[in-house]
Ligand binder design. Sequence first.
Ligand SMILES: *Cc1c(COP(=O)(O)O)cnc(C)c1O
Length: 357
Amino acid sequence: MASPMIDLRSDTVTRPTQPMRDAMMAAPLGDDVLGDESAVTTLEIKIAALLGKEAGLFVPSGTMANQLAIRGHCEAGDEIIAHGESHIIHYETGAPAAISGCMIRPLDGPRGLFEAATVTAAVRNRDIHSPKSRLVVAENTHNRGGGSVWPIAQFRSVCVAARAHDLAIHVDGARLFNACVTAGYSPSEFAATADTASVCFSKGLGAPVGSALVGPRPFIERCRRFRKMFGGGMRQSGLLAAAAIYALDHHVARLTQDHARAKALAQKLAKLSGIIVDPPVELIESNMVFFTLADHLTDQMADPLGDAQAFCARLREQGVSLIPMGPRRVRAVMHLDVPDDVVERTVTAITRTLGAV
Ligand SMILES: *Cc1c(COP(=O)(O)O)cnc(C)c1O
């Protein structure tokens, strides 16, 4: 019998483990919109404490968490300062414009990170012609940057620059726990100089659904109202909150395993002709491996699907699913729902695919 597909498209593909399902079934439930005490309240208190903020809000998705933060911090006509490769620019359906009437000033910088001086240079003059610079968003880990981790000193200097211009700071921490296990800082240490932060439970932490926004209590209560407005008020969501609590208690320390597997995969892929691991092996800091297909390979493929897409389609026939992240760029993401021989099998499948091109 063929082995089941190894799915490395994203760390969102994880299915809840049996102990997580048991925790969900045992969760205290109430109507969260009506303010009943339930696992949701417990989770909101827990995640706020972990991030060193006054209050937390459980939401259906990381997109909603980020968009609530933007809606809470900004008004129409404001400008957000963020890296040009940010999730809020590429993957949130234009929501900052659609929902909050904001534009985004995209910054440059290696691997999705940027410097304090780059922020300072992007701040608008406060005159009648200009949009108002209002908010800085920093993503940690940075997805399109290759799962890169913010050094805390660099982030703190960005915050100092932002404060000097009266800007608010939001951390898109969809994978903040991945950053923490690599860098050795705690979530609260990293978030200390930010106003608000979002975290996802449904990525590497392995919960089926859910994210949280944390920040000052009045801000979170304002966003609780916006959550209802956005259609994100949920009822017996204690079922989902219980999965998130279980994930926080059991799935954080193990992220190091995902990181080690990503590194091991990258080391092996770097030796294959036709594949350029980028960021390079020594800069792989979390659970993601990005690679680009070399010229000679894509010339041979000349596939109407587009090179990365065609490559992924062929690789799928070898039992491994990766995701195209550009015309020639491919991403592999490690997570808790992979077999022990994930690295070997993935390398074999990729080698076969390259051989068949
Ligand atoms: C996944 C992700 C989000 C949120 O995505 P949802 O699919 O809406 O949960 C936000 N930021 C980053 C960096 C992400 O990777």
